[in-house]
Design a protein around this ligand. Structure first.
Ligand code: FMN
Length: 252
């Protein structure tokens, strides 16, 4: 519900202009919410210069703050020098860092503000799920080796999926784009904390194919794993950037 404090509202219509759902209008000099098409994006609450608007139904509190911008040059350099990490130390990750990574996912944009992305942290089930995936891949790999050059020399050891990393987070959601955006936010946050990240497509495929893994993790038939973040402190250092193909851009 959008609740408007009529005593505070000055009828400036900033909320009306910024409402993606056309749920607000100004009537007799005051903002009025229909509360019919609202997607609870919170823009009206965020833009109101008088703090006259409240969206109900959430546990968290809004914070009065200016938008924080990244330094563009530094941000581009961090993207350029980021590498997928596949070798990790055994150092465990402090809980406050894990909380920050999850918060970066929670705050990501979602299509229609659906906020339908959810997370599974593999803890006690990590070993057993990796072993189920290992068994599955060992069985299937011979066919793959014949068809895909990248797989031809692949060896599936016992740590093939998680590389002994201390933290594995499965990202679940119906909307792949929203879940992927959350994943990218989380990866960036992990890297900002000095961690290395591997997006494990292989494990994600295993989850979606394996009834056994789904059962272990309590994943229903309808739920889909969109990606898996394997996170830990890097045991490697990269000394230079890598090559990338030329960008394909069409201006129409
Ligand atoms: C969606 C996605 C899935 C991936 N799955 C795997 C995987 O299962 N195993 C793996 O070793 N690397 C995986 N990677 C890492 C890519 O292979 C990696 O990005 C590529 O080697 C380029 O290296 P760079 O990220 O350091 O630039 C994945 C990356 C993405 C974006």
């Amino acid at each position: 519900m959008i609740i408007i404090d009529k005593n505070k509202c000055i009828g400036c219509s900033l909320c009306v202009k910024d409402c993606v759902a056309f749920d607000l209008k100004v009537k007799n000099g005051k903002a009025v919410a229909a509360n019919k098409s609202c997607i609870q994006c919170g823009h009206c609450e965020a833009i109101c210069p008088k703090g006259a608007i409240t969206i109900t139904g959430f546990h968290d509190k809004t914070i009065e703050m200016e938008q924080v911008r990244l330094n563009p040059k530094e941000y581009l350099e961090s993207i350029q020098t980021r590498r997928t990490v596949r070798q990790f130390t055994s150092q465990s990750i402090p809980q406050e860092v894990i909380d920050m990574i999850l918060e970066a996912g929670r705050l990501a944009p979602t299509g229609g503000n659906g906020q339908g992305t959810s997370y599974i942290i593999l803890d006690q089930k990590k070993e057993v799920c990796e072993q189920i995936a290992v068994q599955m891949f060992r069985k299937g790999i011979n066919l793959g080796k014949r068809l895909i050059a990248f797989l031809s020399n692949m060896e599936i050891d016992d740590h093939f999926f998680f590389k002994k990393a201390p933290l594995v987070i499965l990202i679940m959601g119906k909307d792949k784009v929203s879940a992927s955006l959350a994943a990218q936010n989380m990866a960036t946050m992990a890297e900002a904390n000095g961690l290395g990240v591997l997006f494990s497509g292989f494990f994600t495929t295993s989850v979606n194919l394996s009834k056994k893994i789904k059962k272990e993790l309590g994943i229903s038939r309808k739920e889909k794993a969109v990606t898996t973040l394997v996170i830990g402190y890097p045991a490697v250092k990269y000394n230079r950037t890598v090559h990338r193909k030329d960008i394909k851009v069409r201006v129409c």
